[in-house]
Write a protein that binds this ligand. Structure first.
Ligand SMILES: NC(=O)C1=CN([C@@H]2O[C@H](COP(=O)(O)OP(=O)(O)OC[C@H]3O[C@@H](n4cnc5c(N)ncnc54)[C@H](OP(=O)(O)O)[C@@H]3O)[C@@H](O)[C@H]2O)C=CC1
Ligand SMILES: CC(C)(CO)C(=O)C(=O)O
Length: 331
């Protein structure tokens, strides 16, 4: 199938190589040094899916009308990246591979003639240098839209993508986005202190902060009437149970996630943006929890503090000591 990938970074690069390896005709968009490297030497993948290298067509925008589009930019770049390709891709089925709660709605707004779906990936991919990606954790990705059962198109697209990498069409996609938002509470603290996700969860004080941000996220979701979708065995019953636990016991949740991630250090996608000197997605992750809390008439002090600290690191260009995280969250 002719597949266009908008944003060939960590995940976009991973999917580009795996889809091309499976025989699909892949064209990607990128910019700056990444685009130059991909044009010159293709995309190289190492880690969990083995060593692979594929030469794919690349440009600032797509040039061939694809039969399927994956949008793989960070949330803050999605609208501009989609708009730049809208003339060519409106009407083509689109899968938005993005953390946070807004990806599908953004694509629907900009591509009114397209059928838009979302995909939640648990793969951990690290963009180590332009045109090079290292996958530190392999996992299934979950595709869907709305609240109900997956429709025929979601099943068909999941089957196409599964020719390269496991993709499961799921029910209750909107609730699953919240489940993934809970998982993404793994992103902020490593980004602030400049350490891997595993290293942070192994640190008892920081693990408590991560657990507190997860618990707060679940409580906000419950107040907003969310029914969590199931991802990797994590679903509504377990998360609601977790939100009622005292923090010393609730720390088991980030611990289990860390065990599942394995031992190859993963920076998380937020820290990778910081290391490239870029703005992060934090307003769509912890920042989204703060906004949702306001809508529920609640406060979300842990997520507010973590969002502010990530912005501080963005501005200063240097990570902060663990004590700053602990004291900001305690305050
Ligand atoms: N990395 C991971 O392990 C995981 C990431 N995710 C989620 O997947 C999404 C993608 O993340 P990730 O792959 O890490 O992000 P990356 O930043 O690695 O990749 C995004 C790419 O899109 C490019 N891009 C942005 N805007 C444009 C544009 N207008 N035209 C062309 N290229 C553009 C960026 O270029 P530039 O660098 O120049 O900005 C970058 O290369 C995020 O929502 C993230 O949260 C989910 C699970 C795991
Ligand atoms: C699952 C996880 C934490 C993998 O790194 C992720 O979604 C991210 O980095 O954004």
């Amino acid at each position: 199938m002719r597949i266009g990938i908008i944003g060939a970074g960590a995940l976009g690069g991973t999917f580009a190589v795996l889809l091309a390896r499976a025989g699909h005709d892949v064209e990607v968009t990128a910019r700056g040094a990444s685009l130059a490297a991909i044009r010159e030497g293709g995309i190289g993948l190492t880690g969990g899916y083995g060593e692979a290298h594929e030469r794919v067509a690349a440009g600032e925008v797509l040039t061939q009308r694809p039969e399927l589009v994956l949008v793989c930019t960070k949330a803050q770049d999605a609208a501009a990246a989609i708009a730049a390709n809208a003339g060519l891709v409106d009407g083509v089925p689109v899968v938005v591979v993005q953390n946070g709660l807004e990806g599908v709605a953004t694509a629907e707004r900009l591509l009114p003639a397209s059928s838009c779906m979302g995909m939640l990936s648990i793969i951990a991919a690290n963009y180590t240098e332009p045109g090079r990606v290292r996958v530190t954790t392999t996992a299934a990705s979950y595709l869907g839209r709305g609240d109900g059962e997956p429709d025929d198109e979601c099943r068909r697209v999941a089957a196409v993508l599964s020719s390269a990498v496991p993709v499961i069409a799921i029910a209750g996609f909107r609730g699953a986005q919240w489940t993934k938002l809970v998982v993404n509470m793994l992103n902020a603290v490593p980004a602030i202190v400049g350490r891997s996700v595993q290293d942070v969860v192994d640190d008892r004080r920081l693990r408590r902060v991560v657990a507190a941000s997860m618990r707060e996220t679940v409580r906000v979701a419950v107040a907003r009437g969310v029914r969590f979708g199931s991802l990797q065995g994590l679903g509504d019953r377990r998360l609601r149970f977790f939100a009622r636990l005292p923090l010393w016991l609730g720390q088991l949740l980030p611990y289990f996630m860390r065990v599942r991630m394995g031992d190859v250090p993963n920076l998380g996608s937020t820290q990778q943006s910081l290391r490239r000197g870029q703005r992060t997605e934090i307003d769509y992750l912890n920042g989204a929890v703060v906004r949702e809390a306001e809508l529920a008439g609640m406060d979300a002090p842990v997520n507010r503090a973590l969002t502010a600290l990530v912005h501080e690191v963005e501005q200063a260009g240097a990570s902060l000591p663990a004590e700053r995280v602990v004291s900001a969250v305690r305050a």
